[in-house]
Write a protein that binds this ligand. Structure first.
Ligand SMILES: O=C(O)CCC(=O)C(=O)O
Ligand SMILES: [Fe+2]
Length: 188
């Protein structure tokens, strides 16, 4: 997705990044993101991206090819470049509309990191001055990916699946109520 950047795994950092994933990211994700395979993360893609006037300016709206993403701001001095998050979605619902409570923007601070679900739709606004360099670790779970192939309902993590499920439940309760009322009418 980025023109400027480098895949860290190609520079001899694969084993180190694997350790970061196993010892830190999986430990945290087990608690925060169990519904998207957070406790079974077993593979990663590690890279850096660079933004600025002479680099990439921004990054379009997307989901990551990951279950959990670690995004560390390495610096340097910059303005702009905020991340905008717009709700978690499964493949089928990736282009559905954003609910107002899903709007969340985050300003990068050098030395700080964000950990988010890979399916949390997001993008990066233009870096308006200086240079911004971020390290990304896309963490994947082969177990989660295998199980996902046989599932249709992702209401434990997709906000739109959840909304549809609630809507179905609401309709069946309304239908049951109507049925009861009708039954009452015929009995009297
Ligand atoms: O520029 C950023 O901080 C976000 C990068 C990103 O979302 C990605 O590479 O997947
Ligand atoms: Fe991303």
């Amino acid at each position: 997705m980025n023109t400027y950047g480098a895949v860290l795994d190609d520079f001899g950092m694969e084993t180190m990044l694997d350790k970061v994933m196993e010892e830190y990211i999986r430990t945290i994700s087990k608690v925060l993101f169990p519904e998207v395979g957070g406790s079974t993360l077993d593979a990663h893609h590690g890279f850096v991206v660079e933004y600025g006037m002479d680099r990439d300016l921004d990054l379009g709206f997307h989901v990551d090819d990951s279950e959990v993403t670690l995004n560390v701001c390495l610096g340097k001095q910059f303005s702009g470049g905020e991340l905008f998050f717009r709700g978690v979605r499964c493949e089928k619902h990736v282009n559905t509309e954003t609910q107002s409570e899903e709007i969340f923007d985050f300003s990068h601070v050098p030395g700080r990191a964000v950990l988010h679900r890979g399916r949390h739709r997001h993008g990066a606004r233009a870096t308006t001055s200086g240079n911004r360099i971020n390290l990304l670790l896309w963490c994947r779970s082969s177990v989660f990916r295998e199980l996902r192939k046989y599932q249709k309902d992702f209401s434990s993590w997709c906000a739109e699946c959840q909304r549809e499920k609630k809507e179905r439940q609401h309709q069946s309760v309304s239908a049951a109520k109507l049925e009861l009322l009708r039954g009452g009418e015929t009995a009297t």
